[in-house]
Design a protein around this ligand. Structure first.
Ligand code: COA
Length: 371
């Protein structure tokens, strides 16, 4: 028996929720092209689509909006946990910890349900926003039930009603990131679901998987990279130096795409509109040279821009601090995680793969005094 490193090419589940066509650079949610959803659907409509398999009619959408808006408040235990976190806790640590407390406090237990999926998706932005305010010495704000999901998230962060262009940008970002077939965090959520655990546990595990820089932790590192590059004349030496010393360029490469990630194409246009001309020229110049060099050095891998590269510019343009980028990714992806958990439970079978044993055999136990 041999192992497929990183499970590359291994099909671990059937899903009707979303699919990545890696060769063509296409992503579909429930049959709809991401490009169409990005320009036409709200995040709440996409949540409904992912959970139910069809776009909501007016009454269904109004119903979901009304429910999500009254499910945003944090339980007291969650606020107390946020206040008790050490100063060194990062936003993803806070989200992971407080999502767990929310699960225990509400409670979110037993067999995962659609109602719980709505609840946990509705409350995610409140956790992130409350954490951000507390670490800046400000009191958390109560959610504003007159605002949609994206607008309310921005409001709870800043205390001001956000400008329409920021709301639109963030809403589109949330649509684009809401699901992505069998990515690492979604797989994590499905593995936990397959043990018949509760929905909060699935989501907490998924947040942990998303935190790593090979998954959702990349966009703040993209901003750090662009800061270091600083000016157009430094792009070539910086990229050459990074690749010569074996570093990975954040925002490039993907396990499934063999061309540009379609979400990156959309985010690039959004970044072009929303950023300063100088910043966009730096980002675009870096992208172009990075692709040229990655493909010259590793032609067989076909490495292109992934979603994280321009996510960074778009989230920056709506005023989010860069260390909130991964938790904002989670604010979006929680819809996909919960949809996958519900799907996993239909005809569930425990996910329990095997491993290739490479350790020794036949060793004789020696008592501790004789070792
Ligand atoms: C996304 C990612 C984890 C995919 O990983 P993967 O499918 O396991 O790809 P591999 O790590 O096997 O990469 C294949 C080769 O291309 C190289 N490569 C892949 N992405 C690279 C990048 N961004 N910069 C430089 N080299 C890269 C690898 O070093 C590897 O080289 P090797 O064959 O000499 O070891 C990987 O491309 C990466 O780390 N990208 C940077 C982080 C990032 O943008 N994360 C967000 C993902 S949405």
């Amino acid at each position: 028996m041999t192992s497929a490193k990183g499970l590359e090419g291994v099909v671990v589940a059937s899903t009707a929720i979303s699919h990545v066509f890696g060769e063509e650079g296409r992503l579909v949610y429930r049959g709809y092209a991401i490009s169409e959803l990005a320009s036409k659907a709200s995040y709440e409509e996409v949540c409904y689509l992912l959970w139910h398999g069809h776009l909501p009619n007016r009454a269904e959408l109004d119903g979901l909006n009304a429910t999500m808006r009254v499910r945003r408040e944090l339980p007291e235990a969650a606020l107390a946990t946020l206040r008790a976190l050490p100063k060194s806790a990062g936003p993803m640590d806070a989200l992971r910890s407080v999502a767990s407390v929310v699960g225990a406090a509400l409670p979110i237990d037993g067999k995962p349900t659609y109602d719980q999926a709505v609840q946990i998706t509705a409350i995610f932005p409140t956790i992130v926003a409350a954490f951000n305010r507390l670490r800046n010495g400000k009191e958390p704000l109560a959610p504003d039930a007159t605002l949609g999901h994206a607008a309310n998230y921005l409001y709870m962060l800043t205390g001001e009603r956000p400008p329409e262009n920021h709301v639109k940008s963030l809403d589109t970002y949330l649509v684009l990131l809401a699901d992505h077939s069998m990515n690492a965090s979604t797989f994590t959520a499905r593995v936990i679901a397959s043990t018949e655990s509760d929905l909060a546990s699935c989501v907490v595990g998924a947040v942990g998987a998303l935190k790593g820089p090979l998954h959702g932790g990349a966009p703040e590192l993209v901003m750090d990279m662009l800061d270091e590059i600083k000016s157009a004349d430094n792009i070539h030496p910086w990229v050459d130096d990074a690749l010569n010393s074996g570093k990975k360029l954040m925002g490039f490469g993907h396990r499934v795409y063999r061309t540009t990630d379609p979400r990156a194409e959309i985010l690039r246009e959004m970044a072009r509109q929303a950023s300063s001309a100088e910043f966009f020229a730096l980002a675009r110049g870096t992208e172009q040279y990075a692709i040229q060099e990655l493909n010259r050095r590793k032609p067989e891998r076909r490495l292109y821009t992934n979603v994280e590269f321009y996510s960074a510019a778009v989230l920056n343009s709506v005023g989010l601090p860069r260390d909130l980028f991964p938790s904002t990714f989670a604010v979006s992806r929680v819809a996909g995680w919960t949809a996958h958990v519900l799907e996993q439970l239909v005809g569930n079978r425990l996910i329990r793969p095997q491993s290739e044993y490479t350790g020794p055999e036949g060793l004789k136990f020696v008592p501790v005094e004789q070792r």
